[in-house]
Design a protein around this ligand. Structure first.
Ligand code: SF4
Ligand code: SF4
Length: 137
């Protein structure tokens, strides 16, 4: 299963799922190591907990998110539960998507999520309409 495939479309654009964060964290750790950053912390002008920084970057560098459909992202997601029950590939295929209120917790932080779903839904409906037109020729 593609870990970047989700019901609401968040995973498809997620920096963690695309490995971008993982790659950058790994690279930063390599650079810190090469330049032995811990000896030059005073150059930053502020106190920095080097150990905590390295632990945090290590967590990001080792990140393995299974993705929405394999149980990643939020623990109990009303969107995932609902779309799975309806056996939909994603919410863009749902007739209730425009008025669905299960997105509230996502839309507050990521308002573009529903816009992308709406755009995917319009494409989906257009392809159905097109197929109908072709079959009537
Ligand atoms: S768990 Fe919920 S919020 Fe997270 S990607 Fe899946 S559907 Fe979206
Ligand atoms: S009602 Fe439709 S759009 Fe809303 S969460 Fe369920 S499947 Fe997705």
């Amino acid at each position: 299963m593609d870990p970047r495939e989700s019901f609401c479309g968040v995973c498809e654009y997620c920096g963690l799922g695309s490995n971008e964060v993982k790659r950058l964290a790994t690279r930063l750790l390599e650079v810190f190591d090469t330049f032995q950053l811990k000896w030059w912390l005073s150059c930053l002008g502020e106190s920095l907990n080097y150990q905590e920084l390295v632990v945090g970057l290590g967590l990001l560098a080792g990140l393995e998110c299974p993705g929405c459909k394999a149980g990643g992202c939020v623990d109990e997601c009303p969107i995932r539960d609902c779309a799975s029950e309806r056996e939909l590939k994603d919410c863009s295929l749902c007739e209730e998507m425009e008025r669905c209120e299960k997105f509230q917790f996502v839309s507050n932080e990521f308002p573009e999520v529903k816009k992308r779903l709406l755009s995917a839904r319009l494409k989906h409906l257009a392809s159905i309409y097109h197929a109908k037109l072709m079959s009537n020729k």
